[in-house]
Design a protein around this ligand. Structure first.
Ligand SMILES: [Zn+2]
Length: 63
């Protein structure tokens, strides 16, 4: 983990993204470039789309 957290809007997530399971049975995508995790979604595809959507919007969408 880097001590300085990069700003999400400077990454755009052109990096490999991993999808992790979260407690409620959903999925959360995480960017390997900057370590930012997206909002929880029901499926892996939705989680990845949500993370990319956040990057494009330049802000957090919230879970
Ligand atoms: Zn990123």
């Amino acid at each position: 983990m880097a001590r300085e957290k990069p700003e999400i809007w400077r990454c755009d997530h052109h990096y490999p993204i991993v999808v992790e399971k979260v407690g409620g049975g959903g999925r959360r995508a995480r960017c390997l470039g900057c370590g930012v995790g997206g909002p929880e979604r029901a499926g892996a595809e939705g989680a990845m789309l949500a993370l990319r959507e956040e990057a494009r919007a330049g802000r957090r969408l919230g879970a």
